[in-house]
Design a protein around this ligand. Structure first.
Ligand code: MRU
Length: 344
C-alpha cells in the first residue's frame, strides 16, 4: 500500500491520504500548521490510534516551527502541544507521542528553537519508522494463533491505514498469510464512519487478502453459523487491568464471541497500554458530531430534530479477552500482573 503518512521536505509539511474519501477517491491533505493537524485529527482525515500518534509527533515539529518569532516561545509552544494532545480524547497514543517529544526535549534544555525544530523532525521520522517495525513484531507475535483456513472477524480498521503501515489487528493476519496460511477476513462495516467497509476492505483487497464485508448486525448470525474462527480487533487505549477501548461495537462483538466460544484477541502496541488508567471505566469516550449518524454522505437518513447517540468507542472488559497481542508477545490473564511486568 502507498505510504499514507508522508513528510514532504519540498512543502515542509505533513501530507496525509485523506481517509474520508476512501475507497472511491485518493486525495491528499496537506498539514502546514498545528491547526491543520488538529483539523485532520478531528475530522478523521487520519485516524487509528498509532497513526494519530505518528501524526502528533510531526505536529510537534510543526508547532515548534510555528512559534518562531514569538519572544516568549516556550509557553506558546506548550499551548500548541496541548492543543494537539487533546484533539481526540480516547486514543492514548496522541498524548503518548506528545509526551515522548517533550521528554526528548527535556534532555536538551539548552536547545534554541531552530535546534529543537530540527531535533523534533528527526525524532518524528524515527517514531514513524518504528511504528511499522512495531506492527511487524505484533504480526510475528500473533501469526501462530491463526490456523490455515481460518476466517477472522475484525471490527473497524486496525490495519495499515490506522498505523504507519502493516497494522495491528491485521498484522497477525498479514504475517499468517506470509507464512502460507489461507486466511479470510470478515470486515464488520463499522457504522457510522464505515472504517470496516471502506478502509479494511480497501487495504486488504488491494493486498490480495480475501475479505468480505458484513453489516455490523450480521455478527451473531455469522458466528452462529460457524463462519468465524477467531476475532482480532485493535485498541485505542488499554487500561492497566487489560480492559480495552476500541471502536464502538467492539464490546458487542466480544460478548457474541464469548457466547459462541470464539477466541477474541486485541492486538496493539505497548504504547496503547496506559498504566496510568486503572480500569476501563476511567477511559474517556469520545462523543462525536451527530451528523455522522444522521447522514450517509450528503444524504440525511433521520428525521429533522431527532437526537442520536454517537459515542465513538466502547470498552471491552478484560474477562472477554483471550489475549493481548503486542510487539513484546501475547499477554494473557491475569492482565494486571502481565501489564505491570511489562512496564517494570
Ligand atoms: O475512530 P477511529 O477510526 O480512530 O478508531 C479507530 C479504532 O478504533 C481502531 O480499532 C484503533 O484505533 C486501533 S488502530 C490500529
Amino acid at each position: 500500500m502507498t505510504e499514507h503518512i508522508q513528510y514532504s521536505p519540498e512543502k515542509d509539511a505533513l501530507v496525509l491520504l485523506d481517509q474520508r474519501y476512501l475507497p472511491t477517491r485518493e486525495e491528499w491533505y496537506v498539514c502546514k500548521t498545528v491547526n491543520d493537524i488538529c483539523e485532520a485529527l478531528v475530522v478523521m482525515v487520519v485516524r487509528g490510534a498509532p497513526a494519530i500518534g505518528v501524526t502528533a509527533a510531526y505536529g510537534c515539529y510543526l508547532a515548534a516551527r510555528e512559534v518562531a518569532g514569538v519572544a516568549d516561545w516556550k509557553p506558546a509552544l506548550a499551548a500548541k502541544l496541548e492543543q494537539i494532545a487533546s484533539a481526540r480524547p480516547t486514543a492514548v497514543n496522541l498524548r503518548w507521542a506528545v509526551r515522548l517529544m517533550q521528554a526528548e526535549w527535556s534532555k536538551h534544555p539548552e536547545f534554541s528553537l531552530d535546534e529543537l525544530s530540527a531535533f523534533w523532525l528527526a525524532k518524528a521520522k524515527i517514531v514513524h519508522a518504528e511504528d511499522i517495525e512495531t506492527c511487524k513484531a505484533i504480526g510475528a507475535s500473533g501469526a501462530g494463533l491463526l490456523a490455515d483456513g481460518d476466517t477472522v472477524m475484525t471490527h473497524c480498521n486496525a490495519g495499515a491505514l490506522a498505523t504507519a503501515g502493516y497494522g495491528t489487528a491485521l498484522a497477525p493476519i498479514r504475517a499468517a498469510v506470509a507464512q502460507g496460511k489461507k486466511i479470510t477476513v470478515i470486515a464488520n462495516e463499522t457504522r457510522p464512519f464505515l472504517q470496516g467497509a471502506r478502509l479494511t476492505a480497501y487495504e486488504l483487497h488491494k493486498d490480495g487478502i480475501p475479505v468480505k464485508v458484513a453489516c455490523d448486525n450480521a455478527c451473531a448470525l455469522l458466528m452462529q453459523r460457524g463462519l468465524v474462527q477467531k476475532v482480532i480487533v485493535g485498541a485505542d487505549r488499554i487500561a492497566a487491568n487489560g480492559d480495552a477501548a476500541n471502536k464502538i461495537g467492539t464490546f458487542g462483538v466480544a460478548l457474541l464471541a464469548k457466547e459462541f466460544g470464539i477466541p477474541f484477541y486485541v492486538a496493539a502496541p505497548v504504547s496503547t497500554i496506559d498504566p496510568e488508567t486503572a480500569d476501563g471505566s476511567l477511559i474517556p469516550i469520545e462523543d462525536r458530531t451527530p451528523r455522522e449518524v444522521t447522514h450517509v454522505g450528503s444524504t440525511q437518513i433521520t428525521p429533522d430534530g431527532v437526537g442520536v447517540f454517537n459515542y465513538a468507542f466502547d470498552v471491552t472488559p478484560n474477562r472477554l479477552i483471550h489475549g493481548i497481542i503486542t510487539e513484546r508477545g501475547v499477554l494473557t490473564a491475569p492482565y494486571t500482573e502481565a501489564i505491570a511486568k511489562l512496564f517494570k
